[in-house]
Design a protein around this ligand. Structure first.
Ligand SMILES: *Cc1c(COP(=O)(O)O)cnc(C)c1O
Length: 357
């Protein structure tokens, strides 16, 4: 399959811009030099600025997919003496539960449905916790949580606040200082619109203090923090993706900053949701992020069949669900290099599909 021929609305990998693709086609340079350190420093500093991170926060660059960011954060910040409240609203929340189980971290599996946790003060169990873990946007169903309300709850109870922001960074707002967030995980292949393989862990001074000695060579944060002081990583970084990250961040900076990027995603999501109103499709969640729209057919059609037909007949790639939701919902990403004209292709395909099916 030649992906260039397809219209891409999957929530990662997402559509990349021409500029980013061109960097990917170039010879990978040597990286143990000051030129590459400067790339790392720029990326670290601008990421911290975009997140409004507290002073003296740090970024760790991992050559790995997002799950490695999730697991390494749990491994490096928590141990058997901790007790974590884990928000589980779907597949990615369940993954944090699995990680805590695997690493013997005491935790409470807070299964949530139909709430964005603005009521967390009321529904949180009375148990004593010292940390909270949440996927800001639960990508398996397209549901975004109220990071501010959760932040207030964490602040009040003095919890270490860990946020997986992988599928909402640069499309939905995220402010470490405002919401008292201590650790943020982001990854290259979602809204950053880069190839998969680079994951970033952002740690506030409070999180940095909690970094432990871990039984892992590759995921030992102390090594990354030490080498990061000179703009390097202990092991070969995803050099090309770092160069693509630098270009992507410079583009965001040039276009007016992360607020502009969020506004753009919001406008695109609203444009799409407005245009498809006449179709027999409803939003699956009351709490949709700008990053994605999850739709449920109301006329008995199989969601999975719609996904298949869009791909086969229109070269439009949207995302199916698995398990019991397979025939009930499908997902449309608004992340990546797109505009209204690009989204019109999907909208026209959906209208044409319903006219003929
Ligand atoms: C995509 C995603 C991840 C990371 O998945 P990988 O396949 O390991 O990159 C983690 N959390 C969320 C919320 C995601 O959307």
């Amino acid at each position: 399959m030649i992906y260039e021929d397809y219209y891409i609305f999957t929530p990662g990998p997402v559509k990349m811009s021409k500029e980013i693709l061109e960097i990917g086609a170039k010879q990978t340079p040597y990286f143990r030099n000051s030129e590459f350190s400067d790339v790392t420093f720029y990326c670290e500093n601008y990421l911290l600025e975009m997140l409004n991170a507290p002073k003296n926060s740090r970024v760790i660059f991992l050559t790995a997919s997002g799950t490695a960011g999730m697991e390494s954060v749990v491994m490096n910040l928590l141990d058997v003496d901790d007790n974590a409240l884990v928000v589980n609203g779907g597949g990615f929340g369940a993954r944090f539960v699995d990680i805590c189980n695997l690493h013997d971290i005491n935790h409470f599996n807070l299964k949530v449905k139909d709430t964005n946790l603005s009521d967390i003060q009321k529904i949180a169990p009375q148990e004593k916790f010292n940390s909270l873990i949440v996927n800001a946007h639960e990508t398996s169903v397209g549901h975004i949580y109220d990071l501010e309300a959760i932040g207030k709850y964490c602040k009040k109870n003095n919890l270490l606040y860990i946020v997986d922001a992988i599928s909402m960074f640069v499309t939905d707002s995220l402010d470490m200082q405002k919401d008292s967030i201590d650790a943020v995980i982001v990854s290259s292949q979602k809204a950053l619109a880069l190839p998969p393989g680079l994951t970033m862990v952002v740690l506030s001074p409070k999180a940095l203090e909690k970094v432990k000695d871990v039984k892992s060579l590759y995921f030992n944060f102390k090594d990354y923090l030490r080498d990061g002081q000179r703009g390097q990583t202990p092991y070969t970084p995803a050099v090309t993706i770092m160069l693509q990250l630098e270009a992507r961040l410079k583009q965001i900076q040039k276009d007016g900053g992360v607020e502009k990027s969020i506004k753009k995603a919001k406008n695109l999501a609203e444009y799409f949701r407005q245009k498809i109103k006449p179709l027999p499709l409803v939003a699956f969640s009351k709490f949709m992020p700008n990053a994605m729209t999850t739709l449920a057919p109301t006329d008995g059609k199989s969601a999975f069949k719609i996904v298949e037909d869009l791909e086969k007949n229109y070269k439009v790639m949207v995302c199916p669900n698995g398990g019991e939701l397979k025939d009930k919902i499908f997902r449309i990403s608004h992340m990546g290099d797109m505009d209204e004209a690009y989204i019109d292709i999907l909208i026209n395909a959906l209208f044409d599909y319903y006219e003929n099916n």
